[in-house]
Ligand binder design. Structure first.
Ligand code: SF4
Ligand code: SF4
Length: 318
């Protein structure tokens, strides 16, 4: 079977049905639009001989495929038996069924002003080796059809960019977006992810009972405060950036909850409960940060203070 897929986005907005995964820098930039949180996901480790199948497309993983997955995991993810992702995400009520940046005409309000890299990389997946991106596209083709979109096509198509062919990403823009998203994920790991992973080791990653509550392919959500508490140590400026971010987020959470209370939907209640928890975590963090530091305490997770400041300010130093 020829594993070639083409893609042409008409900006219909049908896939913008929830907030995207974002970097911490992107969340800081769009602090009044997206509520940030951390998603911890479990991705079972790939094994040689494992079959991956989507419709008529099937791959039996060989040693090179598994090595490619492992290389991505070593630089972008976290290993504890299985592989885990620790990513920053935007949060909203699922009942709203739209990204907060989606305009009523289906356009992205931040397309020209810092659209998240996750959205630029669509429909590819940076956590899958390039040689297997055709399976990602086959799966997303099914999802797009479900959404009523017609943007992914098997084989070549006039007016659509050929993205992958015979195990290679062949479109220059797609290659560039994949590379930038992977670099951004590696930077996230360096700036705060590894420190949060270590901080959660005892209560989560070294606890089989706690880990069992994250199913394969599933994820757990936590407040983004542990990431903030990692980076406040970088410099007084980072600390102030985090305090400003917390203020914006508390105000945004209050606005979102107020809108939800007006909708009066039963299925919004657990989300309101979780958002109140995020708000409480922010208020506790703010109280901790109100205590003045004698001096900047050094760097966050090995990054120099100025690099962390530049990163949070949106000038991503990759
Ligand atoms: S559903 Fe397809 S065409 Fe519509 S915005 Fe998403 S990627 Fe573009
Ligand atoms: S940020 Fe823009 S492109 Fe991304 S999901 Fe939201 S509306 Fe869509």
């Amino acid at each position: 079977m020829v594993n070639a897929f083409s893609f042409a986005c008409s900006a219909c907005g049908k896939c913008c049905n929830s907030p995207p995964a974002m970097t911490l820098a992107e969340l800081f930039r769009h602090r009044d639009l997206f509520i940030g949180y951390i998603a911890i996901g479990r991705m079972p480790r790939k094994r040689t001989g494992e079959r991956l199948r989507v419709g008529p497309y099937e791959s039996v993983l060989d040693a090179a495929d598994v090595a490619a997955f492992d290389t991505l995991a070593d630089t972008l993810l976290y290993r504890v038996g299985d592989t885990f992702s620790i990513t920053a995400q935007g949060y909203d009520y699922p009942s709203v069924a739209r990204c907060p940046a989606l305009e009523d005409d289906g356009r992205c309000a931040i397309h020209l002003h810092g659209k998240p890299l996750t959205c630029e990389v669509v429909p590819l997946d940076p956590l899958v080796p390039d040689t297997l991106q055709h399976l990602v596209l086959a799966a997303r083709n099914q999802s797009a059809a479900y959404l009523g979109a017609d943007c992914i096509h098997e084989g070549e198509r006039d007016g659509a960019a050929l993205l992958v062919r015979q195990g290679r990403v062949v479109d220059a823009n797609a290659k560039d977006a994949l590379e930038r998203r992977r670099k951004a994920l590696a930077k996230e790991r360096e700036v705060w992810g590894q420190a949060v992973f270590e901080a959660l080791r005892k209560e989560l990653f070294d606890s089989p009972a706690a880990l069992a509550r994250i199913p394969a392919g599933g994820f757990r959500t936590i407040s983004i405060v542990p990431a903030l508490l990692t980076i406040v140590a970088a410099s007084a400026r980072c600390r102030q950036l985090c305090v400003d971010y917390i203020d914006s987020q508390i105000a945004l959470i209050d606005r979102c909850i107020a809108h939800a209370l007006l909708r009066r939907r039963l299925d919004d209640r657990p989300i309101t409960h979780e958002l109140r928890g995020f708000g409480d975590a922010y208020r506790r963090a703010k109280a901790v940060l109100a205590v003045p530091l004698a001096a900047a305490t050094g760097s966050a997770a090995g990054s120099t203070p100025c690099a962390v400041e530049a990163y949070l300010s949106g000038a991503i130093c990759l």
